[in-house]
Design a protein around this ligand. Structure first.
Ligand SMILES: [Ca+2]
Length: 139
């Protein structure tokens, strides 16, 4: 995740900005935690190790320090960080063929909404691979 800011909006006409004036923090739903500090005011930071948290009210805070030690900050809009993988809630057999005993479909329900394009029928097998599904429908 890249954090961008408008570097031209961070100025101090009296004492001037500290040489590395930027501190970035994230709000985890209860407290602010440091992402990085003593950054140059170059307008971008690559947050490579995003916090492993689940919250709908994550916020990025940017704080600038001037040469007199004064600080000022701005908060981003809130956003969601979802670090929990979906799990399978249930698997149900469907379309039983009474005449020959076959099962023509499985219904797999996940614990939360998933990105449908992140799965395909080849991700599934039956009896350890002896039967491979041939199609998938989502909904
Ligand atoms: Ca999740």
């Amino acid at each position: 995740m890249t954090i961008n800011w408008s570097l031209g909006n961070i100025t101090d006409s009296i004492s001037g900005l500290d040489s590395n004036p930027i501190m970035l923090e994230y709000f985890d739903g209860s407290t602010y935690n440091t992402i990085a500090s003593n950054l140059s005011n170059d307008g971008t930071y690559s947050w490579s190790s995003i916090a492993s948290i689940d919250t709908n009210i994550a916020i990025i805070r940017i704080t600038a320090t001037d040469n007199a030690g004064n600080t000022s900050y701005q908060n981003s809009d809130s956003f969601t960080i979802d670090s929990t993988n979906p799990s399978i809630s249930s698997i149900e057999t469907l379309e039983h063929n009474i005449s020959n005993g076959s099962i023509n479909a499985l219904k797999v329900v996940f614990s939360e909404d998933i990105n449908d394009s992140s799965i395909s029928y080849s991700d599934f097998s039956i009896d350890g691979g002896s039967i491979t599904p041939t199609g998938i429908s989502t909904g």
